[in-house]
Write a protein that binds this ligand. Structure first.
Ligand code: HEC
Ligand code: HEC
Ligand code: HEC
Ligand code: HEC
Ligand code: HEC
Ligand code: HEC
Ligand code: HEC
Ligand code: HEC
Ligand code: HEC
Ligand code: HEC
Ligand code: HEC
Ligand code: HEC
Length: 316
C-alpha cells in the first residue's frame, strides 16, 4: 500500500516535470500550482490567484475558461485593455477606453444620465425623455460621433420661429446662447432661466418675479421706464398714509432716492448728509428711523429731544 502510493506520486511528479510546457519560458510558477496529475486540460479550482496579476477577474470574467483569454497559453501575451479582446461596437466613435463607460458585469449602460453629466451635457427636462436617435443620429448603429452641445446647433429653427412674435429674438437682439435665458431642465421655451442678464434693472428683492408681471403680455419690444413711480403710482396713497410728508417735502425726490426693491420699509437717503450728517459723524449708526428726529408732521422739523435733554446740557 505504502509502496503503491509512492509509485503513484513519483509518476505524477515525473509527468509534471517531463511533459513539454506549452507556456513558454517566462512562466516561473510550479506546474502543480495549476495542474493536477489527472489531466493537463483540467485546472485546479483555486490554484492560481489571478487577482495578484494586474488584471483581477471581475464580473463575467470570473466564469470564463482561462483559454478564452489565453489562447496561446503563453499567459504574458494577454493584454489587459478591453479593446484588445472585445470588438469596438462603436467603430471608434467613443475612443479606446471602454472602461470609461462599461464594466465587466455587462455591456448594458445602467445610467446614461451620468454619462451625459460627464460629457458636460446633462440630460434634463425634454432632453431626458427624447429618444437617443434624435440627437445621436447614428445611435441605432451604436455610433456616438461627437455632436455639438450648444443649443443653437440643434435649435436654430426654434430661434427663427420667434420672428414676428412679441419676443422676436432677432429684432430684440437676443443672442444665440439660449441657455443664458432659457433653462435646459424645462419642457418648453417658456421657462426663463436665472442667467438672463437684466443688470440694467436688477431683478432682486420684490422684483424677483415673472417677466410678464412687468413686460405685460410678454411684449419685450415696448420700452419700460425704470422709474419706480411709473409702475408703483398706486403706492403713493399708502405712502402718504404711512408718512404724510411723502406729499410735501419728499415729493421733490424720486422714490428710488430713498427706496429699493428690497422692501418699502428699507429706506436709505444718502443725500441727507448735506443738511445734517446722519450717515457720518456722531450720529452714524445712532438712529433707527427717520422719525427719531423728524416728527411725522407736515412741517417735518427735526426734533432732537427724543435723545437729547438740552435743558440738562447733557448730550445725548
Ligand atoms: C498559472 C497556471 C498554470 C501553470 C503554473 C502551468 N499551467 Fe499548464 N496549463 C494551464 C492552463 C490554463 C492550460 C489550458 C487548459 C485547457 O486546455 O483549458 C494548461 C495546459 C497545459 C498543457 C496542455 C496543453 C494543450 O495543448 O492542451 C500542458 C502539457 C501543460 N499545461 C503543461 C504545463 C507544465 C509542464 C507546467 C509547469 C512547467 C504548467 N503547465 C504550468 C495553466 C497552467
Ligand atoms: C477575461 C480574460 C482572462 C481570463 C478568463 C484569465 N486571464 Fe489570465 N490574464 C489575463 C490578462 C489580461 C492578463 C495580463 C495582466 C497583466 O497585464 O499583467 C493575465 C495574466 C495572467 C497571468 C500572469 C502572466 C504574467 O506574465 O504576468 C497568468 C499566470 C494567468 N493570467 C493565468 C490565468 C489562468 C490560470 C486563468 C484561468 C484560471 C486565467 N489566467 C484566466 C486575462 C485573463
Ligand atoms: C484578455 C481578453 C479580455 C480582456 C482584456 C477583457 N475581456 Fe471581457 N471578456 C473576454 C472574454 C473571452 C469574454 C467571454 C466571451 C465574450 O462574451 O466575448 C468576455 C466577456 C465579457 C463580458 C460579458 C459579455 C456578455 O456577453 O455579457 C463583458 C461585459 C466584458 N467582457 C467586459 C469587459 C471589459 C469592460 C473589459 C475591460 C475592462 C474587458 N471585458 C476586458 C475577454 C476579455
Ligand atoms: C462613452 C461611453 C462608451 C464607451 C467609451 C464605450 N461604449 Fe460601448 N456602449 C455605450 C453605450 C451608450 C451603449 C448602448 C448601451 C445601452 O443601450 O445600454 C454601448 C453598448 C455597447 C455594447 C453592447 C452592444 C449591444 O449589443 O447592444 C458593446 C459590446 C460595447 N458597447 C462595447 C464597447 C467596447 C468594446 C468599447 C471600447 C472600445 C466601448 N463599448 C466603449 C457607451 C460606450
Ligand atoms: C438632447 C440630445 C441628446 C439625447 C436625447 C441623448 N444624447 Fe447622448 N449626448 C448628447 C450630447 C450633446 C453629448 C455630448 C457631446 C458629445 O460628446 O458628443 C452626448 C454624449 C453622449 C455619449 C458620449 C459620451 C462621451 O463621453 O464620449 C454617449 C455614449 C451618448 N451620449 C449616448 C446616448 C444614449 C445612449 C442616449 C439615449 C438614452 C442619448 N445619448 C441621448 C446629446 C444627447
Ligand atoms: C444635440 C442636439 C441638442 C442640443 C445641443 C440641445 N438640444 Fe434641446 N432638444 C433637442 C431635442 C432632440 C429635443 C426634443 C425635441 C422634440 O421632442 O421635439 C429638445 C428639446 C428641447 C426643449 C423642449 C422644447 C422643444 O423644443 O421641444 C427645450 C426647452 C430645449 N431643448 C432647450 C435646449 C437648450 C437650452 C439647449 C442648450 C443648453 C439645448 N436644448 C441643446 C436637441 C438638442
Ligand atoms: C436674451 C434672452 C434670450 C435668449 C438669448 C434667447 N431667448 Fe428665447 N425667449 C426669451 C424670452 C424672454 C422669451 C419669451 C418667453 C415668454 O414670454 O414666456 C423667449 C421665447 C422663446 C421661444 C418661444 C416660446 C413660446 O412661448 O412659444 C422660443 C421657441 C425661444 N425663445 C427659443 C430660443 C432659442 C432657440 C434661443 C437660442 C438660439 C433663444 N430662445 C435665446 C429670451 C431669450
Ligand atoms: C420688475 C420689473 C421687471 C421684470 C420682472 C422684468 N423686467 Fe425686463 N425690463 C424691466 C425694465 C424697467 C426694463 C428697462 C430697462 C432699461 O431700459 O434700462 C427692462 C428691459 C428688458 C429688456 C430690454 C428690452 C429693450 O428695450 O431692449 C429685456 C429683453 C427684458 N427686460 C427681458 C426681461 C426678461 C426675460 C424678464 C424675465 C426674466 C424680465 N425682463 C423681467 C423691468 C422688468
Ligand atoms: C417696470 C415696472 C416696475 C418698476 C419700474 C419698479 N417696480 Fe417695483 N415692482 C413691480 C411689480 C410688478 C412688483 C410686484 C408686486 C406689485 O405689483 O407691487 C414690484 C414689487 C416691488 C416691491 C415689493 C412688493 C411690495 O409691495 O412690497 C418693492 C419694494 C418695489 N417693487 C420697489 C420698487 C422700487 C423702489 C422701484 C424703483 C427703484 C421699483 N419698484 C420699480 C414693478 C416695477
Ligand atoms: C426722502 C425719502 C423718501 C422718498 C423720496 C420716498 N419715500 Fe416712501 N418712505 C420713506 C420713509 C422714511 C418711509 C417710512 C418707512 C419706514 O419707516 O419703515 C416711507 C414709506 C413708504 C411706504 C410705506 C411702507 C409701509 O410701511 O407700508 C411706501 C409704499 C412708500 N414709502 C412709497 C414711496 C413711493 C412710491 C415714493 C415715490 C413716489 C416714495 N415712497 C418716496 C422715505 C421716502
Ligand atoms: C439725527 C437726526 C436726523 C435723522 C435721523 C434724520 N434727519 Fe432728516 N434732517 C435732520 C436735520 C437736522 C435736517 C435739517 C434741518 C431741518 O430742515 O430740520 C434734516 C433735513 C431733512 C430733509 C429736508 C427737509 C426740508 O426742509 O427740505 C429731509 C427730506 C429729511 N431730513 C429726510 C430725512 C429722512 C428720509 C431720514 C431717514 C432716512 C432722515 N431725514 C433722518 C435730522 C435728521
Ligand atoms: C436717536 C437719538 C438721537 C437723536 C434723535 C439726536 N441725537 Fe444727537 N447724538 C446722539 C448720540 C447717541 C450722540 C453721541 C455720540 C457720541 O458721543 O459718540 C449724539 C451726539 C450729538 C452731538 C455731538 C455732541 C458731542 O459730544 O460732540 C450733537 C451736537 C448732537 N448730537 C446734536 C443733535 C441734534 C441737533 C439733534 C436733532 C436734530 C440730535 N442730535 C438728534 C443721538 C441722537
Amino acid at each position: 500500500m505504502y509502496r503503491l502510493t509512492f509509485i503513484l506520486i513519483f509518476c505524477g511528479v515525473f509527468t509534471l516535470m517531463h511533459a513539454k510546457s506549452p507556456h513558454g519560458d517566462k512562466l516561473t510558477l510550479e506546474c502543480a500550482t495549476c495542474h493536477t496529475t489527472d489531466d493537463w486540460k483540467k485546472i485546479k479550482e483555486n490554484g492560481f490567484n489571478h487577482n495578484k496579476t494586474h488584471f483581477p477577474l471581475t464580473g463575467q470574467h470570473k466564469a470564463i475558461g482561462c483559454k478564452q483569454c489565453h489562447s496561446t497559453l503563453q499567459f504574458e501575451d494577454a493584454k489587459s485593455d478591453c479593446n484588445s479582446c472585445h470588438t469596438d461596437m462603436h467603430q471608434g466613435t467613443t475612443g479606446r477606453d471602454c472602461a470609461r463607460c462599461h464594466t465587466t458585469k455587462s455591456w448594458i449602460i445602467p445610467n446614461t444620465r451620468t454619462l451625459h453629466q460627464q460629457a458636460g451635457f446633462p440630460l434634463k427636462g425634454a432632453h431626458a425623455t427624447a429618444d437617443c436617435n434624435r440627437c445621436h443620429t447614428s445611435a441605432s448603429k451604436l455610433r456616438f460621433e461627437n455632436i455639438r452641445t450648444d443649443c443653437f446647433a440643434c435649435h436654430k429653427d426654434k430661434y427663427y420661429a420667434t420672428a414676428g412674435k412679441p419676443f422676436d429674438h432677432k429684432v430684440l437682439g437676443f443672442d444665440t446662447d439660449c441657455a443664458r435665458c432659457h433653462t435646459m431642465s424645462g419642457m418648453n421655451w417658456n421657462s426663463i432661466g436665472k442667467g438672463f442678464d437684466h443688470s440694467y434693472f436688477p431683478l432682486t428683492g420684490g422684483h424677483n418675479i415673472n417677466c410678464n408681471d412687468c413686460h405685460k403680455g410678454g411684449d419685450f419690444r415696448k420700452r419700460l421706464s425704470t422709474d419706480c413711480f411709473s409702475c408703483h403710482s398706486s403706492k403713493k396713497g399708502v405712502a402718504i398714509a404711512v408718512l404724510p410728508v411723502h406729499a410735501t417735502k419728499y415729493a421733490k425726490f424720486s422714490c428710488n432716492e430713498c427706496h429699493t426693491a428690497k422692501s418699502w420699509n428699507n429706506v436709505s437717503f444718502k443725500q441727507h448728509d448735506a443738511w445734517g450728517k446722519i450717515y457720518s459723524g456722531k450720529h452714524k449708526g445712532k438712529w433707527d428711523k427717520c422719525t427719531d428726529c423728524h416728527n411725522n408732521d407736515a412741517a417735518y422739523v427735526a426734533n432732537c429731544r427724543k435723545c437729547h435733554n438740552f435743558s440738562s446740557g447733557r448730550l445725548p
